[in-house]
Design a protein around this ligand. Structure first.
Ligand code: DX5
Ligand code: ZN
Length: 224
């Protein structure tokens, strides 16, 4: 199994003590920090904007994986890049000119991702996949942390993995929503590369231990 990445979602962190949680992330085996931006329009919740991203970036050394759950994301890409985004992911459902938006992200020097909602078929990615560094499959309806994993996502991971293999691409598959130690292994086996985990990490008694355990999954698999 190739090595997967763990991206804790800061949405579930303690907002009254972000510095403490970000220090924990710095010292943990987390690969990326997943940063959820919500606008109250595309999703029924509002999180935070670029000023907070910039502040978090000043105390967190991990690459920032910024997930834009906002309408008209093309208006804000440069600002999120300037605030410290290393990966910028937009939703297929919000981008009528997705190819252009992906190129716009890449022009800033960030890695570009496309996210799809639980009801959106992976087939819509067919003609954009080769332009994307990452494809994010939502495994809950976007807008809130702490929701239950939608099991149909597993089939979507398998189908997307197949599409990537057939096209000989390096696009990473990221899974976001309801991910934790209970389903991480099966997601990796289905072909996931990046696991986002909010509540499973930050609401745990020992968050960095959960990160280490998720990171070490698959390590004991015997190679035959
Ligand atoms: C949901 C967000 C997720 C969320 C995941 O709209 O995109 O990144 O933070 O939280 P958990 O892991 O708690 O489901
Ligand atoms: Zn997210």
């Amino acid at each position: 199994m190739k090595k997967h990445l763990i991206a804790p979602s800061v949405l579930a962190a303690d907002f009254t003590n972000l510095a403490k949680d970000l220090k924990m992330i710095n010292e943990s085996q987390a690969d990326w920090l997943h940063v959820d931006i919500m606008d109250g329009r595309f999703v029924p919740n509002i999180s935070f904007g670029m000023n907070i991203v910039k502040a978090m970036k000043s105390v967190c050394d991990k690459p920032f994986d910024v997930h834009l759950m906002i309408v008209e994301p093309e208006k804000y890409i440069e600002q999120f890049r300037a605030a410290g985004a290393d990966v910028i992911t937009v939703h297929y459902e919000t981008c009528p000119h997705l190819h252009r938006t992906i190129q716009q992200i890449k022009a800033t020097g960030a890695k570009a991702g496309v996210a799809i909602n639980p009801h959106t078929s992976v087939n819509v990615l067919e003609d954009i996949l080769e332009d994307c560094d990452l494809a994010l499959l939502m495994s809950v309806n976007p807008g809130f942390g702490g929701q239950k994993f939608i099991y149909q996502t597993l089939k979507k991971v398998e189908r997307l993995r197949e599409m990537i293999i057939v096209r000989n691409l390096n696009t990473l598959i990221e899974i976001d929503g309801g991910v934790g130690l209970q389903n991480a292994e099966v997601l990796l086996k289905a072909g996931a590369d990046v696991l986002v985990a909010g509540s499973a990490v930050f609401k745990a008694e020992h968050p960095s231990e959960v990160i280490s355990r998720m990171k070490s999954l698959g390590e004991n698999t015997l190679m035959v």
